[in-house]
Ligand binder design. Structure first.
Ligand SMILES: C=CC1=C(C)c2cc3[nH]c(cc4nc(cc5[nH]c(cc1n2)c(C)c5CCC(=O)O)C(CCC(=O)O)=C4C)c(C)c3C=C
Ligand SMILES: [Fe+2]
Ligand SMILES: [Fe+2]
Length: 339
């Protein structure tokens, strides 16, 4: 009998199969029909997603995806494969590493089946989201549990549910920022995270103690899975590594969808006010994403840049994501080995 392996399942959010409107519509439908993403009852959700959001949004999003697409496809996916291969190489033959996407392809079912085929004795699931949110991390864990629970033999499964405080994660992002800071002086640094409806934070708040205000500026035992508090914590830790003073950076939230209030401050509102305060050269991090994707390259790198320039700004530089950096692979290796 060969030596039993440990399985590692890396899971990112997902991306359409192509930038064609029909594929983007299919992706949006699967994504937004997840009850952890649009958290309303299934029938109104079905009507909202299939009757309004997916048909209206798909053509516009498809144009954005066309700008993002390169010869190898969507960065979220091709960097995912590169990272899988690099991690497999550094972990060696005692492990089997697979990549999956929560929505579309390669599916979580395919990823798990690859691990089942080599009869892994244990599975370590790493949702590729630095900060915990029910809509991202929680959804991946729920899907993995649902699928594995149907297996005849259920292996032990460990879920890594956040890694925003891992020293290698912070070092990898800080290094990418420092490389730009060596070439250019910036007036201010913005840490722009994916947003969430405020309701999601309230629902996940232990004892309803989150007021969505300054309470999130301290991370402690009771709020340690508050997404907003984890984002502020990530900014503080990155700021320390970059040598920034408290007034040298701002934490903001982007990518609102729908009319409900999302967590504040909003990136687009903050950036418009910066030039009149004398902040004309901005460096922008997107530390909720481990690889370049639509929300970083297009939304931050192009759309926000245009808005900043129109408001009187001069420099708006996006820090590249972790992608296939060595320090990021070391972070993943350590997460696996200490799981
Ligand atoms: C960082 C983790 C993410 C959380 C939390 C999250 C929540 C969330 N997202 C939407 C709606 C959309 N997000 C879209 C793209 C997108 N979202 C994440 C990550 C998180 N989302 C990533 C990595 C991406 C990019 C994927 C890529 O292919 O590059 C989109 C699709 C793009 C668009 O049409 O603008 C939507 C829609 C909601 C509603 C939500 C929480 C409630
Ligand atoms: Fe999203
Ligand atoms: Fe909070």
């Amino acid at each position: 009998m060969g030596k039993e392996k440990i399985g590692v399942l890396l899971v990112n959010l997902g991306t359409p199969d192509s930038p064609a409107t029909k594929d983007v519509r299919k992706y949006l439908r699967e994504f937004l029909m997840d009850g952890r993403v649009i958290d309303i009852p299934a029938i109104p959700r079905f009507i909202l997603v299939n009757g309004i959001i997916a048909p209206l949004r798909a053509p516009k999003s498809a144009k954005e995806y066309a700008k993002l697409w390169v010869e190898r496809g969507s960065p979220l996916k091709f960097y995912g494969y590169d990272v899988r291969d690099m991690l497999q190489k550094s972990l060696g033959d005692d492990y089997k590493v697979t990549l999956a996407m929560r929505y579309q392809n390669p599916s979580i079912e395919e990823g798990l089946n690859e691990l089942k085929a080599v009869n892994v004795k244990r599975i370590i699931v790493i949702p590729l989201f630095p900060q915990y949110a029910s809509a991202s991390t929680g959804s991946v864990s729920e899907k993995v549990n649902e699928l594995v629970s149907k297996w005849q033999i259920i292996p032990s499964v460990a879920h890594i549910n956040q890694f925003m405080d891992h020293p290698k994660f912070l070092e990898a992002f800080a290094n990418n920022g420092k490389a730009l800071m060596e070439k250019q002086d910036y007036d201010h640094v913005i840490f722009s995270y994916h947003g969430l409806p405020e309701r999601h934070i309230r629902k996940g708040s232990v004892g309803n103690q989150c007021q969505l205000g300054s309470c999130c500026s301290v991370l402690h035992e009771r709020n340690r899975y508050c997404y907003r508090a984890q984002c502020f914590y990530t900014s503080r830790e990155l700021a320390k590594r970059l040598g920034l003073k408290e007034d040298g950076y701002t934490t903001t939230f982007q990518s609102r969808l729908g009319k409900d209030p999302w967590i504040k401050p909003y990136t687009d509102e903050v950036l418009e006010e910066l030039p009149e305060k004398g902040i004309k050269k901005a460096l922008v991090f997107s530390p909720a994403f481990i690889s370049d994707c639509l929300e970083t390259t297009i939304e931050v790198g192009e759309e926000f840049k245009e808005e900043f320039m129109e408001a009187g700004g001069e420099v708006w530089d996006l820090v590249p994501s972790l992608n296939d950096s060595e320090t990021w692979i070391e972070c993943l290796e350590d997460l696996v080995k200490t799981a």
